[in-house]
Design a protein around this ligand. Sequence first.
Ligand code: 26Q
Length: 825
Amino acid sequence: MSNKRTLCTKEFCQMDKLPTDSESLATDFERYLTRHLGRFIGCIPFYLYEAFSLTVRDHIMTDWRNTWKEHEKKGVKKAYYMSLEFLIGRSLGNHLLNLDIENESKEAMNIFALALEDIISQEHDAGLGNGGLGRLAACFMDSCATLTLPVIGYGIRYEYGMFRQIIKDGYQIEEPDHWLRNGNPWELERPEYTQVIKFGGHIEMVTNHNRKPHVVWVGTSDVLAIPYDVPISGYKNNVVNTLRLWSASTTNIFNLDEFNAGSYSEAVEVKNDAEHISMVLYPNDASENGKELRLKQQYFLASASLQDVLRMWSVNENNDFSHFAQQNVFQLNDTHPTIAVAELMRLLIDEHYLSWDEAWDITSQTMAYTNHTLLPEALEKWPVSLFECLLPRLLQIIYEINACFLKAVSAKWPGDTEKQISMSIIEEGEVQYVRMAYLAIVGSFSVNGVAALHSKLLSEGLFKNFYELWPHKFNNKTNGVTPRRWVAHANPLMTQLISEKIGDNWVRNLDEINSIKQYIDEPDFCKQWFNVKLENKKKLAELVKTQCDVDFNVNSLFDVQVKRIHEYKRQLLNILHVIHLYNRIKRNDTVNWTNRCVLIGGKAAPGYQLAKSIIKLTNNIANVINNDSDVGDKLKLAFMPNYGVSKMQIICPATDLSEQISTAGKEASGTGNMKFMMNGAVTIGTYDGANIEILDAVGNDNFFLFGLNAEEVEQQKKGYYPSQLVENDEDLKQVMHLLGCGHFNSFEYGIFDDIIASLLNPYDPWLTLADFRSYIDTQEKVSLAYREQDSWVKMSIMNTASSGFFSTDRTMQEYNRDIWKLNSD
Ligand code: 26Q
């Protein structure tokens, strides 16, 4: 009899589940710490985090492998979410929740007199994104795993994520975020699936084995794409999906010829050039900057991911592409990975020998495009000349796609050359450009916006012509956020309170949270709700103290605006209100006063000077207000440095008032608004993005609406005279005076002149002063409402109870129903 053990080979792993009792977890943890990492309990805490993560990872591996095997089965349709950004934040705490081993883990750590919270907080945020778009991708991944949808994420493993923001003398300083420095227990390198990516070179025609002419792209400088897999666990369902992140490396470590010729440093340079591709995330989130390296990143991601998918397909299906389009769908997260349209054509034609028509059928039936912006300046375009150098074969294919497309345009609008010029994928002019959004629309079967208003404005405005040509392609998918991270994990006290009342199924089916409304008139429940918020506010107050050295009194209204700093998001409007409150205090106009703590946080793109001035202004005003003894607890202002995912997990459960105050028609959706709502904050907001749907869900009585709507904004722009507004509004006049007279910059002459000029500019696209009066008046209503603590608590409960629609589970179900059509299970 053989005494060999059966090893896990091709089929499903039969390995037993590992025991998850606290003793076993503790034993494994200790073994990892001492035998694998060579450390002991008294070591620096990062190693405790690492040892415990390795322990937890063991519990994920079998499910991960089994899920992958399940996806590989014949006939399973898969979606690939392609995104230059995945802002996943920390993983350990999230996995503990999903594996349902939070309590056991706490106990296991207690055995060593360690606090689980402290260990969890050792993890460095995976900051592989700028803001909303990147975090959305992470929430989508969470929901797909929970819904057992076969979805694979494809992204880039940036060596440096979003920069770390330091505040020095009130100014933003950027520091590199070398998040991988201490290693990352959540990634699994898979060098066996390395792909080769081509750049540069030129095109040649050859005759192929069937004596047909065939294009080859030769003389290229090649870069290797090495995949690193990150597990995405579903909520208590044994599913673990995969996020595959590509890292760039050189084909041959050194150019041996140069190396042998003694040109050591030149040889190393080649290596560096290749590895630069995945070195750093571009930190601008609203306007593209036309940098060559960014285009290289985009092509690198698109090509590596598509080759990976085609590799798996070819192995399983013996190179038969006839039903590829029935089994695969690519969701493009904005235009960033859109070069995939041309790259899939290239791979199918040049590498898999399909005809143009066959390749086009497949491409245009598998690509789907999500737009995230209405700002015209944010629409990506790349100089044709750059394509010529970097991706000559792709440019050829784009020209060909455009030629076919323009035929369709002229068939629809015969003789209308204006239409052809305005819709062409190539923008003509002194410099020619490739318009990426148009390439995405032409190449996709689905085009969606991310909130109802946004999708409407896309088809009526930005992409009107395309909508007229192909109305069937256009659809809306209102964003969401995952209730696992944003409620169950971030707000354990509220989670417990809700689950005590209605059970815990709301965590996987957020619509059920609606049923807490039945307790809204129970004084006991309201009291508990109030206390939960209070506890959360204490935690935030501690954070504000350590990070900003400002004292937040927890009995005040916590008024929060955290998001990227941008003029259209109008942090300035918020600041004007703060100055107004300060001015009221100074002139003793404080009857029926409500104490407020205003928190602002967010990063400015490093090259966006005005956004950086806004940060400096916030800090200067905070300095004046917080140190004025007339003000005291009546008003506090703090700027939270280095806002990101983990900070938000502390901020949103503690917020009373959520500031969503963009100029109407400019914020595509917003997702912070949803996180706050779920955690029982009341919104003060414009009629913009998903605010509209939040208002719909929660009702007028539980939402503070103000300002011009999108149509009125466009009307107002025709005759906008901000100086007159200042002249006619005494409060605004005083605020602008305080701003202009140097009260907040006494030894820094003129530093806010650019901000003042932008507010007073008759062409100010964000119409900040147009909404001042309405905003101030609405804020006063907020202050009065907050004084009625009982009814405020009810508003808070109503917000949480009405937030079911804003779960990414719903969003993903809609993507699946209308676009992907995958089978779950
Ligand atoms: C483009 C070219 C070159 C360099 C960077 C970029 C770039 C990177 C990131 C452009 C835009 C972004 C991110 C945009 C973004 O986060 N948009 C937000 O997406 C959210 C999710 O849909 C929405 O809720 C927000 O309204 C939208 O602003």
